[in-house]
Design a binder for this molecule. Sequence first.
Ligand code: FDA
Length: 303
Amino acid sequence: MTNVTRDFFIGLSNSKFLNAQAKKWGFVLGADKFVAGTTIQSVVDAVKEQNAKGISCTLDNLGEFVSDKGEANQAKEQILAILDTINKQNLDCHLSVKLTQLGLDIDQDYCIANMKDILDTAKQYSIFVNIDMEDYSHYEATLDVLNELREHYDNVGTVIQSYLYRAEEDLSRLKDMRIRLVKGAYKESEEVAFSDKQDIDRNFIKLAKQRLLGNTFTSIATHDHHIINELKAFVDENAIGTDKFEFQMLYGFRNDMQDKLAENGYNFCTYIPFGDDWFGYFMRRLAERPQNMNLIMKDALYT
Ligand code: FDA
């Protein structure tokens, strides 16, 4: 993919105007392939379908870069309702949250207070909450919030992006915490992040191996079969128990591979986004893989 194409979709993902407009459009452009629905009930069906195949899930109530307390409070209430639903329906499912949805850009203490409300309820139900990692301008603040939360809670974790030069250093500080390892989805400056795909992939493999040799659970989140195959071989060679890690992929991506990994005895978790704030998430997926656009165009032509 050219950098121009990638930058184009990342640019769209950041447009406040388009993100706001898209909430009114409903799902268009084939977004329903990658977003499970708008309501809690629609997403429960998707979780149950995965659970029936032995696949666990993590739910993401879509939304980010919120600048209004009313909206952040609403997001928190929705997340609390999801936790109740997971508990009542006994779903094999945890939660993924974005701190900018919960007020990080408004006031850090307010965001921490929202997270504490969420983590208190989640802890009561023994549900794990993962903090997604957003763009680098929110990185330090996210780690600050996490450090405050981890003093009080053991049901919280976060994401480390292998495109960041500092990923290894941060991972070593977080070696006792459950972590999701990803490549990184935002456009970052060369001052802080690798831009070359080979460097990002090499770092991902290096960090994943370090984590697998450690003692704490790791979610290896990638659709890249080259990396997955290399790590499967590494796990075999080093007799690493399958209870120490899981593979994660996004809802709607490589479904056959998701099912196969679960059938072959690997822990597998599907990241399921839902809600009407789908535009930014969807544009980042197109930035990663414009072929997703081809799939959508084919559908549009043949249905
Ligand atoms: P990448 O896009 O690098 O593709 C590598 C190769 O894999 C391709 O060349 C192709 O061969 C194959 N491939 C990939 N997708 C395919 C497909 N659909 N069909 C066929 N072949 C395919 N990012 C972030 O910054 N913060 C976060 O919190 C998260 N959270 C997160 C959770 C989960 C569960 C996932 C899977 C990803 C994220 N990400 C993320 C996104 C992540 O950083 C990254 O942008 C994407 O996963 C894309 O990178 P990949 O490693 O998946 O493959």
